[in-house]
Design a binder for this molecule. Structure first.
Ligand code: FES
Length: 125
């Protein structure tokens, strides 16, 4: 696990979402009340950017087809089996940091297609 600095905390408006490219992954960051939250920015439906959606009552609404995700636990509203990955956050010296797991091992296109054909497609990372 690695911590990545993304933005100074005083530059994060409460209730607004931000998108960051962190180590090659798009991360959605928001601040509700006095807590910060980080989830994947990619909607698991068709990959729209959640940071372009709007946030209300702790949920971000995808701008493409209006699926809603809890910004704390990443669960889709009404279907907790569908989730976006969540990431720990912390404040260090007034900077917001996000902890990301190590990247998945790079695979060749052949390996990806074979895994998909076998039903073992890993879409994380
Ligand atoms: S891409 Fe997000 S709901 Fe369809």
């Amino acid at each position: 696990m690695n911590w990545h600095r993304v933005l100074q905390i005083d530059k994060i408006a409460k209730g607004r979402g931000y998108r960051f490219d962190v180590d090659g992954r798009y991360i959605f960051v928001t601040r509700l009340a006095d807590k910060t939250h980080a989830i994947s920015d990619l909607c698991p439906h068709k990959g729209a950017s959640l940071s372009e959606g709007f946030i209300k009552n702790g949920y971000v609404t995808c701008p493409a087809h209006f699926w809603r995700f809890d910004v704390v636990d990443g669960a889709k509203q009404g279907d907790a089996r569908t989730r976006v990955p969540t990431y720990p956050t912390r404040i260090v010296e007034s900077w917001l940091e996000v902890e990301l797991p190590p990247r998945a091992v790079e695979r060749s296109l052949r390996e990806i297609l074979l895994a998909h054909a076998r039903g073992k497609m890993d879409t994380t990372g």
